[in-house]
Ligand binder design. Sequence first.
Ligand code: SAM
Length: 292
Amino acid sequence: MGKTSKDKRDIYYRLAKEEGWRARSAFKLLQINEEYDIFNGVLRAVDLCAAPGSWSQVLTKKLRQNTDNEEDVKIVAVDLQAMASLPGVKQIQGDITKVSTANEIIKEFEGLKADLVVCDGAPDVTGLHDIDEYVQSQLLLAALNITTHVLKTGGVFVAKIFRGKDVTLLYSQLKLFFEFVTVSKPRSSRNSSIEAFVICQNFKPPEGYTPTMVNPLLDHKYCDFNQFTGPNRFIVPFNACGDLSAYDSDTSYPLVLEGQSSYEYKDPVQSPIDPPYKDILEKTKCMQIKKQ
Ligand code: SAM
């Protein structure tokens, strides 16, 4: 596959490099914001599962527009993977399902609360749908647990969700903590992917709820819920976000777009700093040198 073939197949991949975003995911958050105005008045945010950092880049840009003093802005980014540094973003390398990571995030805010928590977490997909959906839902619940500790009342939580068969149970759980829960599919998210994003607005924990490090949702017995009857039945509105004139992420566009200057290949904005395939590349290089 040549250097330009992904550029040709994936318009958002190409645009991300042109506009200086570390990943095409940046457009998902930008398109969610177009619809829900999630950055309005936001100064403090947590970016869970943040590497390589395009959502943190978007947060930095948008939150700085909310103040004359950059020092007011606080962004904490967390990921299992190391992430190249970004000015103004405090990074924590850790697993969001671990209590120690949650504690580190809480400590960063020194008793203050965040206005917004975002989570674009995705496990390494196995291709076995049930397992992928299950692991993804555990990431979402871990993110929600951290959120209940750090988010201010009235705050917003945005998270990736896989729309699998048990998704209504997740919606019910989110609805316990937020007044409005909507699921949204940005234009830049491929139709072929079951990913979507939950936009949870107006954080209002149940009366008497005290955040604990034990995940109250994971500990809930499955059989306590009947998804289809009673107060837990909740139909989440679904909508597509991003301007309809925006590029369609499943279409291949010509390299030279109408009315625009000629195509020029650009390197990725930020190459992975410690990718899992690094070892293999090193070994292949050594083998080639030995052969010569
Ligand atoms: N939003 C990011 C951006 O715009 O650059 C892209 C996030 S990427 C789709 C998903 C990330 O989730 C990966 O970097 C992965 O390391 C992270 N992740 C998966 N499981 C995690 C966990 N348990 N704790 C922390 N990060 C996790």
